[in-house]
Design a protein around this ligand. Structure first.
Ligand SMILES: NC(=O)c1ccc[n+]([C@@H]2O[C@H](COP(=O)([O-])OP(=O)(O)OC[C@H]3O[C@@H](n4cnc5c(N)ncnc54)[C@H](O)[C@@H]3O)[C@@H](O)[C@H]2O)c1
Ligand SMILES: [Zn+2]
Length: 361
């Protein structure tokens, strides 16, 4: 059985990411993190019936002192402060102390909330990420950004809190709907586009395997993305500068999501956002047209959207609600060539013009 480990190097906050199949068959992998400690498993209402029994058994085999489980309703609507309050109260009722461990079993929503609860419960306890969506496996479970949404905007409240371990069992993807799988693909294309031209070429060459969800190639994509994210996070844990390139496609993307009141998939918005950012880069003379076309072609080959019927003014206004633009300045990540990224400030009118021209084109 192939098992890969990627290390996130952050001094005393370093941790392993283990990627493989059947990782929960015994307790060996979790034991160093949970032995003789109280464990608090958090999952949403879709994921809990699928995997929580399996993970609870593994925790028993790993000699956890006790195991309690908390389930919240699936969906981004749950990602708010009230749920954090409920999680912390349930943790207190389960007798969690400062040595206890929270375990996030689920997608990015579960990971963000469990990590945030772990960051503030008793001023910070350990947590483990067990991602179950492709997006969480390639992106959100690594890096220690945790938090929740406010009615005023997404992810406005949170903390940096690194997990002690990330355990990625690719078997867990078998129940993931194709639409959610596509969401993860958008972030994979993003990582390749900003950091790794060779990986981008691999994606272009393996479109068929990706579309068929070939287990071996999927595991390889996850490993590569974790390596790339680990390397960025190790160099810039708190987004002083470099880490911002991970937001490629997200300036337009977040604004599009916001203008549709989040009734669309994040990955779709990011795919459209990357296409628009590339077009903007071409307009500014930062990127060759052929490079922009190359990226658009891969997104389309993977069946990700690259345009949307939207209200340009609404999307434009939404850009200023994003926490990264609260100072009124729009910043974009560009890829002058595929595999390399930079951040630039851009004047509003051009940003709006590209939106106008690109819808449905
Ligand atoms: N912390 C970070 O660095 C970071 C990065 C990117 C995104 N995020 C956050 O992640 C969230 C999006 O992540 P997501 O798309 O994983 O969302 P999610 O956690 O809401 O999961 C999406 C849906 O898939 C279901 N699901 C999960 N695993 C499944 C499985 N194996 N089989 C069947 N169904 C399954 C869930 O119940 C949910 O309905 C957003 O809140 C976003 O802000 C955080
Ligand atoms: Zn994203």
């Amino acid at each position: 059985m192939i098992r890969n480990t990627v290390q996130v190097s952050l001094a005393d906050r370093s941790y392993p990411i283990t990627i493989g199949e059947g990782l929960f068959a015994d307790g060996a992998l979790l034991e160093p993190f949970v032995r003789d400690r109280r464990c608090f498993l958090v999952a949403d209402s879709t994921v809990a019936p699928l995997f929580s029994d399996m993970v609870q058994k593994t925790l028993e085999m790993a000699h956890a002192a006790s195991i309690s489980c908390s389930v919240f309703p699936a969906g981004e609507e749950s990602k708010h402060l009230a749920t954090i309050g409920e999680l912390c109260r349930a943790a207190a009722q389960a007798g969690l102390d400062r040595r206890s461990v929270m375990i996030a079993l689920g997608g990015g929503g579960t990971g963000d909330m469990t990590g945030f609860a772990a960051a503030i419960y008793m001023r910070g306890i350990d947590f483990i990420q067990i991602p179950t969506t492709l997006l969480a496996m390639v992106d959100s479970s690594v890096g220690g950004k945790t938090g929740v949404d406010l009615p005023e905007g997404k992810n406005l409240v949170g903390a940096f809190h690194q997990p002690r371990a990330v355990v990625i069992d690719t078997d867990l993807l078998k129940t993931l709907p194709d639409s959610q799988f596509l969401c993860g693909l958008a972030e994979i294309v993003k990582s390749a586009a900003i950091l790794d031209e060779a990986f981008f070429t691999e994606l272009e060459r393996h479109v068929e395997e990706i579309r068929k969800r070939d287990p071996q190639f999927v595991a390889e994509m996850i490993r590569r993305c974790c390596e790339l994210k680990a390397s960025v996070v190790s160099r810039d844990e708190r987004e002083g500068s470099l880490r911002a390139i991970l937001n490629y496609g997200h300036t337009y993307g977040h604004a599009i999501e916001n203008s549709f009141q989040y009734r669309m998939l994040h990955g779709d918005a990011v795919a459209i956002g990357m296409r628009l950012a590339a077009d903007l880069a071409v307009e500014l003379g930062v990127m060759e047209r052929s490079e922009a076309e190359r990226q658009k072609a891969l997104l389309e080959a993977l069946r990700l959207p690259t345009s949307i019927a939207c209200d340009p003014e609404r999307v434009y206004q939404a850009m200023f609600k994003d926490k990264k633009a609260l100072d009124g300045v729009l910043r974009f990540v560009f890829t002058p060539v595929t595999g390399r990224a930079e951040v630039r400030k851009v004047e509003g009118p051009l940003v709006r013009a590209v939106l106008e021209r690109c819808r449905n084109a």
